[in-house]
Design a protein around this ligand. Structure first.
Ligand code: MN
Length: 205
């Protein structure tokens, strides 16, 4: 625990960097993170890799903790969505939208599907998030453009590179049985483009 907390953002991104050839992909390499006091960020990216999925990324300690969610987030209360933990990503990844070349790690089109800030629901800032992450239960409140309110991430099994969690919408005024955001929201929050348009246009930055 203590050693994990003392790791620099650069060391945390080692696994992310090992998987990628930055001479071939336009994804960010990730720079040294500065210490900040403002709100922590989150993003959701829609990623048409070998299997379409949504990547949830939560800022913590200078990196984006990341989960691949095959069916994407649901706002229907108590619906559980499998969330496979993947390597920490650099904060600069938050604005990434474009196409990772075929044959490269994660090759395929990436859309910025949601973005905003988040906080631990019970307060306590980054310390509460670190504790929740270590325990395998994160109660968070999202303030996104599409996702709002309380969500819980629960670790169910796995170690090392195959850790599984569930993402669950908690019951609150933002939960809805009628909404299927993953299918109704088909455009980027950054560029307004569809997946097909991003694939055709290529990079925005
Ligand atoms: Mn992905």
């Amino acid at each position: 625990m203590t050693t994990t907390r003392k790791k620099t953002a650069g060391a945390r991104l080692e696994r992310y960097r090992r998987k990628r050839d930055f001479t071939k992909t336009a994804e960010p390499r990730g720079a040294r993170a500065r210490r900040r006091t403002r709100a922590l960020r989150f993003v959701v990216q829609k990623h048409a890799a070998s299997h379409l999925h949504f990547d949830l990324r939560l800022e913590l300690d200078g990196v984006m903790k990341s989960w691949a969610i095959p069916k994407g987030p649901s706002v229907v209360p108590r619906v559980r969505r499998l969330a496979m933990e993947v390597e920490d990503h650099p904060i600069a990844y938050n604005s990434f939208e474009g196409t990772i070349p075929e044959g490269e790690y994660g090759g395929g089109t990436v859309m910025l599907w949601d973005r905003g800030t988040y906080e631990p629901t019970g307060g306590g800032g980054a310390a509460a998030l670190r504790e929740g992450y270590a325990k395998g239960k994160l109660d968070i409140t999202l303030h996104g453009e599409r996702l709002h309110g309380g969500f819980t991430l629960v670790r169910t099994r796995g170690e090392g590179e195959r850790v599984q969690w569930l993402l669950i919408k908690r019951t609150d005024e933002h939960a809805s049985r009628a909404k299927q955001l993953v299918t109704s929201e088909t455009r980027s929050v950054k560029s307004g483009r569809t997946m097909a348009e991003i694939a055709k246009d290529g990079l925005t930055d």
